[in-house]
Design a binder for this molecule. Structure first.
Ligand code: HAM
Length: 405
């Protein structure tokens, strides 16, 4: 049999890498708790419609990247490519309207069939936060502050907050008409993808990765010139509040986001430095007031964001696995006593590693050293008969007898 490997773009996580992921999750959950956000979880597999009807026909995620297949009962199902549509589906199917506002934080694996590169995997992980049931713009600022606090808690300094508004439905209808008129002039020069987008969702052309498309898009009509009166008031209130809280930011009117459900505020935290390659967006999100209604639920305003755990891991200090508080070293036939001592110490909330296997004391102390622990309890046969252990300070080498009955 050929050597078995993980699937391309999917990674195993052990030791330090796994510790770094856990550290990110814990730090973000600690911050979220200060904002009264609570953990929520949805299935990894959903009916394909959950995503195909919500993220947008012209989005790359739906068009090219979904892991979809027919299950044994013939249902078309998809491994979730993001959390938001699943949370919105759950909000409706679980009748969570009764409990608004819902403020939830989730973490877990997502799947997108993208070309793997540094910071971009086919199975990746996000910290995802959603706030359903509160209209903006002050909730938007609070949400962005929470994202900012999470990045600060992780010690990430080289990051820029970029903001934009996509306005409301009226704004987008007017802007769309202007975009179609503009891009029609250059239709022949646009990439094939963008020619399709021109028919279905011309906003997406502004997000094109094609160089020629980007040149043409540089002079395209900007949404800020088409904001309805309501959208303008929203955007002004938002800008004032974010300014008053001293959250540093820049306005980037080419942020349109790759998913269709957004309206009003959209934002991205773009990092630099560390090991980060070209995939530099660490955290991104925005308001999606129309999504729940579009999915058949009661109209519910909502905002959220997600941070890529792999990308955060590239810019924070790598973690190591934690050392045990102490090791227990059996010498001779004393394993039963070692288990008893381990039970006692663990009941006092200590993390304990018993050094298994053969070898003399020197060899076992070397193993303890490798684990970076500071204390070793040594139980030889003499100690075992007396129900004691030799507690050795591995830094100073001093030791004392301790009774453990
Ligand atoms: P997104 O921009 O598609 O938004 O993804 C958010 C973040 O997930 C990205 O900024 C990046 O850090 C990470 N990410 C995305 N794709 C990959 C990948 N292939 N490999 C590694 N990291 C990746 C969303 O997913 C929205 N659901 C965010 C949101 C929540 N909006 C409202 N609520």
């Amino acid at each position: 049999m050929s050597k078995l490997q993980p699937i391309r773009g999917m990674k195993d996580l052990f030791l330090g890498d796994a510790a770094t992921h856990q550290h990110i999750i814990k730090s973000c959950y600690d911050v979220a708790a200060n904002y009264n956000f609570h953990h929520a979880s949805t299935p990894i597999l959903e009916k394909t419609d959950v995503f195909s009807r919500t993220l947008g026909d012209t989005s790359d995620v739906v068009n090219k990247e979904m892991y979809s297949f027919e299950d044994k009962s013939g249902d078309n199902v998809t491994l979730r490519p993001e959390f938001t549509a699943s949370i919105a589906r759950a909000f409706i199917s679980e009748g969570l309207q009764q409990n608004v506002p819902i403020k939830c934080i989730s973490n877990g694996a997502l799947f997108r069939y993208e070309r793997p590169q540094k910071g971009r995997q086919r199975q990746f992980h996000q910290i995802n936060c959603e706030w359903l049931g509160t209209a903006g713009p002050h909730a938007d600022v609070e949400m962005i502050q929470m994202a900012w606090d999470m990045l600060q808690a992780l010690g990430i300094e080289n990051v820029e907050l970029q903001l934009n508004t996509l306005g409301d439905a009226e704004t987008r209808t007017n802007h769309k008409a202007a975009l179609v008129a503009y891009f029609e002039q250059y239709k022949e020069d646009l990439s094939e993808d963008s020619q399709t987008r021109l028919q279905q969702n011309p906003l997406r052309i502004l997000d094109s990765k094609n160089e020629n498309d980007q040149k043409i898009a540089a002079d395209a009509p900007r949404i800020k010139d088409y904001l309805s009166e309501d959208a303008q008031i929203f955007w002004q209130q938002f800008q004032k509040a974010i300014h008053d809280l001293n959250i540093p930011h820049t306005h980037n009117d080419s942020i349109v986001r790759g998913l269709d459900y957004y309206s009003h505020t959209v934002f991205e935290f773009v990092g630099s430095g560390g090991d980060l390659g070209v995939q530099s967006t660490l955290l991104a999100g925005g308001r999606y007031d129309g999504l729940i209604k579009q999915m058949g639920g009661t109209p519910t305003p909502a905002i959220g964001f997600a941070a890529g755990i792999e990308r955060l891991a590239l810019v924070i200090e790598a973690q190591t696995i934690t050392a045990p508080d102490a090791v227990i070293i059996p010498l001779g036939d004393t394993m039963d006593n070692c288990l008893k001592l381990a039970q006692k110490l663990r009941s006092q909330e200590q993390s304990i590693e018993i050094i298994y296997g053969g070898g003399n004391l020197g060899k076992k102390l070397k193993k303890a050293d490798k684990l970076n622990t500071k204390i070793a309890y040594i139980i030889g046969e003499d100690e075992a008969t007396k129900n004691i252990a030799l507690k050795r300070d591995l830094n100073s080498g001093t030791q004392e007898e301790v009774n453990f009955t």
